[in-house]
Design a protein around this ligand. Structure first.
Ligand code: CTP
Length: 394
């Protein structure tokens, strides 16, 4: 995982969203990072150093001239040893100070002294955010190479509605990972499909499956982080679309086929993680079917096999499929690899359909078989992309 053993200075400044920094720190720790929390003087009005220290599992740095902490880890050590600095929430004040080259407290000094990437997650009143000085400062910092995530639109603590909400912590985590990820998919156009499809029986009933979309969304997010241009074609899913990608929402296998085939010619890599329905009702009733005493038969007809069609129309694209199997996993996956003219196939069983963790086996055209241990889908996504890169570059 990208954040594993990475040292992250998390700077917390004085805004109401400071309480969300606790959750962000918890997420960083969960993802294997080592957090050095730094609070500004006004941040302690919003959350206590004790709560932060407890979730960060590290002492909180507050004062530049704290003799005990300085002797253990000086502000220059923090700046030099950090792999990245994340300021969340970032007030207009800290953005202004950094943009003006002011280093008058511990956090601004670290930002000034570090060579690591710095990510700001602004949060403030919307009028403040729209202020031309703030906008100018953000533009200036972006131009120099500082990173920004958010803010989002929505209800603000001050009662206003508008742009100024701290980006969701999951998005801040994702942006931090993006800053540190190798950009080894730059130049690639990756088409990913995800989730189930729904085939209507009538306006209130459909045929579908329990796929959550998690695997495909994780792949899309990871590919974007690595610098690829990503198109995600998704069936119905409750997941939030990753930022910075082209997102196409579909319902039926036919919709999905249309969207995927439209983007296929210009793609360099396709990863079909969607659980596409193989059949649909031959007749989709326009009105709700009323129950009767006798049995009700649904005649099914085949949908298009999108991946097979892609295999037949291959013009240099690298094709990755999934094989969902309950028996003879490897033999069936190999058959699909060949029949659909794939470059790689990921075999899995349905136990992980809507779960967080999955155990997959990766099979290549070269008959190489690699069984991965049970891993979080985010990690599996990274492994799959590593395999794609290996094959693309070999
Ligand atoms: N797939 C597709 N279009 C379909 C069905 C499947 O593009 N109509 C893709 C899936 O996204 C997956 C691969 O084909 O990448 C294999 O899907 P899977 O459901 O495992 O197998 P099927 O080809 O549908 O065969 P079967 O159901 O007989 O196992």
């Amino acid at each position: 995982m990208i954040l594993n053993n990475k040292k992250i200075v998390v700077g917390i400044t004085g805004g109401i969203a400071a309480y969300k920094a606790l959750e962000l720190v918890r997420l960083f720790i969960k993802n294997g990072a080592l957090v050095w929390p730094v609070m500004t003087r006004s941040a302690v009005n919003f959350i206590t150093p004790l709560s932060l220290q407890t979730v960060a599992r590290n002492p909180v740095f507050q004062d530049m001239f704290d003799l005990t902490l300085e002797s253990k880890m000086s502000h220059i050590d923090l700046a030099e040893k950090a792999d990245m600095v994340v300021v969340a929430p970032a007030t207009a004040n800290i953005i202004g100070k950094v943009a003006s080259g002011i280093a008058d407290d511990l956090l601004t000094t670290i930002i000034m002294a570090t060579k690591a990437p710095v990510l700001f997650a602004p949060a403030m009143n919307s009028n403040m955010y729209e202020n031309k000085i703030v906008q100018h400062n953000i533009e200036k910092l972006k131009k120099i190479g500082y990173h920004f995530i958010g803010p989002d639109e929505g209800e603000l603590a001050c009662g206003y509605e508008g742009k100024g909400r701290l980006a969701p912590v999951e998005d801040i985590l994702d942006a931090a990972e993006e800053c540190l990820a190798p950009k080894n998919l730059k130049g690639e156009k990756i088409l990913v499909t995800a989730g189930p499809t729904r085939e209507a029986i009538d306006p209130v009933r459909f045929i579908s499956n329990p796929s959550s979309g998690k695997m495909g969304y994780a792949i899309a997010r990871a590919a974007k982080r690595r610098g690829a241009e990503v198109v995600l074609v998704s069936g119905p899913s409750h997941l939030a679309p990753p930022r910075g990608i082209t997102f196409i929402k579909t319902t039926t296998a036919e919709d999905m086929a249309e969207a995927a085939m439209r983007h296929y010619p210009q793609s360099t890599v396709v990863i079909m993680a969607a659980a596409v329905s193989d059949y649909r009702p031959k007749i989709s009733h326009g009105k709700k079917v009323k129950k009767e005493e006798a049995r009700f038969n649904i005649e099914l007809e085949r949908t298009q096999d999108i991946l097979k069609e892609m295999g037949n129309r291959k013009r240099g694209q690298f094709l990755v499929g999934f094989a969902l199997e309950t028996e003879d996993i490897l033999a069936n996956a190999k058959k699909k690899l060949k029949e659909k003219k794939l470059d790689l196939i990921i075999a899995n069983d349905p136990t992980s359909f809507d779960g967080e963790v999955t155990q997959v086996t990766v099979l290549g055209k070269d008959d190489k078989i690699e069984a991965l241990p049970a891993l979080a889908k985010n990690e599996v996504a990274e492994h799959i992309l590593d395999r794609v890169i290996n094959k693309l570059r070999s």
